[in-house]
Design a binder for this molecule. Structure first.
Ligand code: ADP
Length: 204
């Protein structure tokens, strides 16, 4: 897992508008973007943490979020009593710019049962979007859940994530969100998302 420390420059790689034509607002691909950078610095309504079942912090992005948010986050998380794999819980953002933190527990990738891994991973994305919408958040940034320490291949994680995001945005609650941003440190995730975003969110 990448360890932050020195903040990375945040580079906007999307949205995928595909041409120089002005894109109509509120089209699906206006609403999905890819950023390479540090999720703890983003001033969106909510960020999604790649947490573990204890919700008490860990390595990777989880550690970075707990360090940036401060000790009050640990106290609120402890009171939540953990979270099952494939689901998520929401807290305040405390010292980070985002108002809310959604703690999603992705699966450890199981190469012998990729269908189960996918079900659990898509569950995280869907539940996180539901929690964001229910809390009145209009913009949400996702970490690349499970693709670090949990070993989920980026080439499989990206389409699973995008399919869940798309299903939510076209569904009955979809209009509650304006922007979904994928945030990653790693080129393997950037490459996977650059490949799959145009398939799930084609240029208008
Ligand atoms: P998991 O245990 O779910 O695999 P990790 O934290 O190990 O979670 O990795 C999830 C992804 O988050 C990885 O792609 C990792 O490089 C990335 N990452 C780590 N720190 C940050 C950060 N500060 N901002 C954004 N992404 C990060």
């Amino acid at each position: 897992p990448a360890s932050p420390g020195t903040p990375l420059p945040t580079t906007l790689l999307g949205p995928n508008t595909g041409s120089s034509l002005p894109s109509p607002s509120k089209t699906l691909n206006d609403r999905v973007a890819l950023i390479r950078g540090d999720i703890t610095t983003l001033a969106l309504d909510a960020i999604v943490n790649a947490a573990n079942r204890s919700l008490l912090g860990g390595g990777g992005v989880d550690g970075a979020i707990h360090r940036a948010a401060g000790p009050q986050l640990y106290d609120e998380c402890r009171a939540l009593g953990g979270c099952p794999t494939g689901s998520a819980k929401i807290t305040s953002g405390y010292a980070i710019p985002a108002r809310k933190i959604i703690h999603a527990v992705g699966p450890v990738y199981d190469p012998f049962d990729p269908a189960k891994s996918e079900r659990l991973l898509t569950g995280c994305y869907t539940r996180s979007l539901e929690l964001a919408a229910a809390a009145g958040c209009r913009s949400v940034a996702f970490s690349a859940l499970s693709t670090g320490i949990y070993g989920y291949p980026s080439q499989e994680a990206a389409p699973a994530a995008l399919s869940a995001i798309r299903r939510f945005l076209v569904g009955p609650e979809g209009s509650k969100l304006d922007k979904v941003v994928i945030v990653t440190f790693e080129m393997k995730d950037v490459e996977a998302y650059k490949e799959f975003i145009p398939l799930y969110f084609p240029p208008v």
